[in-house]
Design a protein around this ligand. Structure first.
Ligand code: SF4
Length: 303
């Protein structure tokens, strides 16, 4: 990224009263220029509270949609409208209907990584930071967790008193991390602690010293006395980890987990949308209320 691009972004941000939000899985240079960097939960809260007129959301489409739902009167821009999350589409409204018919007291708990259509048929959204506490807090005994199977199973284990049924979606990036890769890394760094995201497969989680959301992993690494960690999540998190802990070492499995969609966000594209206001996120009129309800409920319950 050139100084010139950075200068232009700063000037346009001021001119348009814009704020730039970036997910931890974006490239290091995008994180470095953003006003707020975080995981989905943190960014949803920032998007809800901002007084900017324009929100540039460096993430994938479900994040832009959520920001727009929470801020219907603001302009929400995606640097690249093709940045999408495969997992967000891995459940169906028909499945939800079938489950509701089978379990009259069912709560459909929807990971925020999902389309506005799926959200609009759900009772509450969750993120990996708050999924366990929200499922615990719900009055319902029967829970249908969509779309991620691994996070759903992680919640099921933490909340054994409820009947948590999971859908079979997955994150291709986290699912691709294997125990064989992790064992190889552990052999190279035997004293390193293993920190994993709950979207990883259950055998990875069983091997881990700590399981948590991206933000929780960052907090854990900072507070820990250990000085070396094997991190089982997307590689973008290396940037905040290294910023916070310059004297600690962080290793990733090989091949290094990388979400190509998150990397579609670049400084050049941020500059372009700030100049043109193109790629403005729109949510269909008939989903505006129904898809916002579970997001608002999440923010309310998580308080
Ligand atoms: S890392 Fe996985 S869950 Fe996150 S945006 Fe990429 S595909 Fe979706």
């Amino acid at each position: 990224m050139t100084e010139e691009i950075l200068r232009e972004i700063r000037a346009l941000k001021k001119q348009r009263n814009a704020v730039i939000l970036a997910h931890y899985y974006c490239s290091h240079e995008v994180q470095a220029l953003a006003d707020h960097v975080g995981d989905s939960f943190y960014l949803a809260k920032v998007a809800k509270g901002t007084d900017a007129d324009v929100v540039v959301f460096c993430g994938v489409s479900f994040m832009g949609e959520s920001a727009k739902l929470l801020n219907p009167d603001k302009i929400v821009l995606m640097p690249d409208p093709m940045a999408d999350c495969a997992m967000a589409h891995m459940a169906s409204v028909d499945q939800i209907r079938e489950m509701r018919a089978a379990y009259p007291d069912l709560a459909v708990v929807c990971y925020i990584n999902s389309t506005a259509e799926l959200k609009s048929h759900s009772d509450v959204c969750v993120t990996s930071s708050n999924a366990v506490e929200i499922v615990k807090a719900l009055p319902n005994q029967n829970i249908f967790f969509i779309p991620d199977e691994n996070l759903g199973n992680f919640v099921k284990k933490q909340v054994p008193e409820k009947n948590v049924m999971v859908n079979h979606g997955f994150c291709p990036i986290h699912k691709a991390i294997t125990v064989e890769q992790l064992v190889r890394e552990k052999e190279l760094h035997p004293h390193a602690k293993v920190l994993s995201h709950p979207e990883c497969n259950s055998d990875i989680l069983a091997f881990s010293d700590y399981v948590g959301s991206t933000a929780d992993i960052i907090r854990y690494a900072k507070a820990s006395d250990a000085d070396a960690f094997i991190v089982c999540t997307e590689q973008g998190v290396a940037y905040p980890l290294q910023q916070d802990n310059p004297h600690k070492q962080f290793f990733f499995c090989h091949p290094t987990p990388c979400c190509a969609d998150m990397k579609r966000n670049t400084p050049e594209k941020i500059l372009e949308v700030l100049k043109t206001l193109k790629n403005s996120v729109q949510v269909p009129e008939h989903r505006k209320h129904s898809a916002l309800r579970p997001l608002d409920r999440m923010l309310e319950v998580a308080k």
